[in-house]
Design a protein around this ligand. Structure first.
Ligand SMILES: [Zn+2]
Length: 698
């Protein structure tokens, strides 16, 4: 984030456009057209480009290591769960502030994780100036490693190219605190400003591009007296660390932090015209790895018990050393210091790494603000950080010890309702009310998959049926596309199926827009995903063009069989039989859970966040409370489908094109060539209930 009168330009990459090609679908901007200042980007280009920075600009990789540090699931922030006022605030914040990724760690566990704008756990987002705090940390590492003797060393001891310039009398500490006294103008709207000229002025041959520019600047104040935000000086710190260590900045970051701390993905660092990292900007990393970096800072820079920075480094680095042009922010060593002992790295267009020591909490936000800086958006974000802090205070401490260890996303198909015997508007309303109330009571952030064909009565959209779906969206629940008429991809012509997807969301889209959301997930009817990879590719390309992601299922079951028998019993007013079916259903579902927990362990080697499929039936409306209690007893927290899919298991290969509508666990196993006994033991629906369902459906 930039100071008041100095809107900070990120990176004029136009000059340094790289020749490599990158893939772009017809609906996404072409990286080649983005090779110009990001300040000229449209909103769509910002949303694409910030998530694909490496495809647009030249970067150097920051490799990860072989080991990944787990980020365990913590207790979800109760005050932000669906159905709460906090949830509405969260959704509003994500939508209005163009949030692409948001994660909250407390005590090292993930208490909230969200993605939007097409970003995901597997993607990288540009840091903009959040990178400054990483560069600062590398100065600390270089001191600990003995490459730099002291922060009070003159800069020119390491960067010889600066000798004979105003930097002769400047110390590393003064660079760290943006107080060199060297004159610099960071107004990006002014083409004659330093930040604009920095990227285009000719480079003195044989000299690093940053040194070449910075050494010509005049002095405006004695060193150590005046704070001015200067991205050029963070670039200089990068040059200094590289010179002192004799290593590329990206390599040093990888070797000392990224690999040993256990980041889950490689990062990348933008490089300048002379192939040096732009240390003041533009590190690209996964959301969770930014969070891990924050946790590393909270941990005092210790990796496996050994400190990689000097003792007390982060206390010193995050102490307020200068007032800034923002009344509520001070400045430390390339960290902004905030009230209440918190500190942060800010980047333009809404990037944030926020660390609250007192709550042992890390908040990372990747965003795509339409503007580089905005006092209004900054204030909104500050207010939202208070909401998160309050939510964390609501249940910290011992809550962490009793946190559920498993996660499951509940997905409910065939909305608005499934019932043979109860078809009146009042019946549908009662079913929906009960199901939504039970979901809310257990704070389940469920998603419902809609067949919009069911909304029609006598050819027209029935307002009462639409109102059923609105009960879902008003409760903060998500809706997805399940095709218009529940077509079967394995029997319908492909063109019909594609058409059924395309016309499957017009009402849903409108309802979601009311709550500032968009449809994001598609569920194949019958879990039939195509009998050939070519068919599947056709479907997938339509889905991705319309920003849909296929919703997988890992826990499949016969709830619809129980539901048919249950519905029939109630239709015959046989409440004793209905109660019995309901009881057997919960027992059966518990065996199903146990089976798929073992399947996950056998196939993925661990407990993964599961995705359960059930239907919007009377049975589930009446019995969801009991079902949820069983699931909770097994140690599950309810998460969104998006959160579940963030797990790396969901990136497993799936080339299954067989006839069955099977779970994704089995698809992954079959794709890997696993066969036979692994799948044994799937619980059966009891024969009498299956027979009753058969009779009812005849
Ligand atoms: Zn269905």
């Amino acid at each position: 984030m930039a100071p008041r009168a100095a809107l900070y330009v990120a990176f004029f990459g136009a000059i340094a456009a790289r020749s490599g090609s990158a893939q772009a679908s017809p609906t996404t901007p072409d990286p080649a057209t983005l090779r110009r200042s990001s300040f000229t980007w449209t909103q769509a280009e910002i949303e694409f480009g910030f998530g694909h920075w490496d495809a647009v600009f030249p970067t150097r990789p920051v490799p990860r290591g072989t080991r990944v540090r787990p980020l365990p699931a913590g207790k979800p922030l109760a005050a932000l769960l669906p159905g709460t006022p906090g949830s509405e605030e969260l959704e509003r914040f994500i939508a209005n502030e163009k949030v692409a990724g948001l994660v909250v760690l407390q005590d090292g566990a993930v208490r909230l994780e969200r993605y939007a704008l097409g970003h995901s756990a597997s993607g990288r987002w540009t840091s903009q100036s959040v990178a400054k705090s990483v560069t600062s940390t590398l100065v600390g590492v270089a001191i600990k490693d003995g490459f730099i003797t002291s922060l009070d060393d003159p800069v020119t001891k390491y960067v010889v190219g600066l000798r004979g310039s105003p930097y002769d009398s400047v110390t590393i500490r003064q660079l760290m605190t943006m107080s060199s006294g060297v004159k610099w103008n960071e107004t990006y709207t002014d083409p004659t400003s330093d930040i604009a000229r920095f990227y285009v002025d000719p480079v003195t041959p044989g000299m690093n591009a940053t040194v070449s520019y910075m050494r010509k600047l005049p002095r405006e104040a004695p060193p150590g007296t005046k704070w001015v935000y200067k991205t050029g000086e963070t670039h200089l710190l990068g040059v200094l660390v590289a010179a002192a260590t004799g290593q590329r900045l990206a390599d040093y970051l990888s070797a000392r932090i990224w690999a040993p701390y256990g980041m889950e993905q490689a990062a990348s660092w933008s490089i300048d015209r002379t192939n040096d990292e732009l240390a003041g900007c533009c590190l690209q990393a996964a959301l969770r790895d930014y969070a891990r970096f924050g946790q590393f800072v909270l941990d005092g820079g210790r990796i496996d018990g050994r400190a990689v920075v000097p003792d007390g480094w982060f206390e010193e680095a995050t102490r307020r050393r200068f007032d800034t042009t923002y009344p509520d922010r001070g400045y430390g060593y390339q960290w902004w210091t905030l009230d209440g002992g918190a500190f942060a790295g800010f980047g333009i267009h809404g990037q944030l790494l926020y660390i609250d020591r007192s709550r042992r909490m890390v908040v990372v936000i990747n965003s795509a603000w339409p503007v580089a800086t905005s006092p209004e958006r900054s204030a909104t974000r500050a207010r939202f950080l208070k909401v998160i802090a309050a939510a964390a205070d609501g249940q910290s401490g011992s809550a962490a010890n009793t946190a559920p260890t498993r996660r499951v996303a509940i997905t409910i198909d065939d909305l608005p309702t499934v019932s043979r015997n109860f078809q009146s508007a009042a019946d549908h309303d009662r079913l929906t009310r009960q199901l939504v109330a039970a979901l809310r009571a257990h704070r389940v952030p469920a998603i419902g998959f809609v067949n919009e064909g069911k909304l029609r009565r006598g050819g027209a959209v029935d307002a009462a049926e639409v109102e059923l779906l609105r009960q879902w969206t008003r409760a903060g629940l998500e809706l997805g596309n399940h095709t218009y008429s529940h077509l079967d991809l394995h029997t319908a012509p492909l063109a019909d199926y594609l058409n059924d997807i395309a016309r499957g969301d017009s009402v849903t889209r409108t309802l979601l827009a009311e709550v500032h959301r968009q449809p994001r997930f598609f569920r194949h009817p019958f879990l039939h995903t195509g009998r050939s990879l070519a068919d599947r590719a056709r479907v997938d390309s339509l889905l991705s063009a319309t920003h849909y992601r296929v919703a997988p299922v890992t826990i499949d079951d016969g709830d619809y069989i129980f539901a048919a028998a249950y519905d029939d019993a109630l239709g015959r007013r046989d409440s004793v039989e209905a109660r019995r079916i309901g009881d057997v259903y919960i027992d059966y579902m518990e065996r199903v859970f146990a089976y798929y927990e073992k399947q996950a362990a056998a196939i993925t080697g661990r407990d993964i966040p599961q995705v359960l499929l059930i239907h919007a039936s009377l049975l589930n409306a009446d019995r969801f409370d009991a079902l949820a209690r069983m699931i909770e007893r097994r140690g599950y927290a309810f998460v969104t489908l998006e959160e579940a899919l963030a797990d790396s298991a969901y990136r497993s290969a799936d080339t299954y094109v067989g006839p069955a509508g099977i779970t994704w666990l089995h698809r992954w196993a079959l794709t890997r060539g696993v066969t036979g006994g692994v799948f044994a033991g799937e619980p059966d629906v009891p024969a009498d209930i299956a027979a009753a369902a058969d009779r009812a459906r005849r």
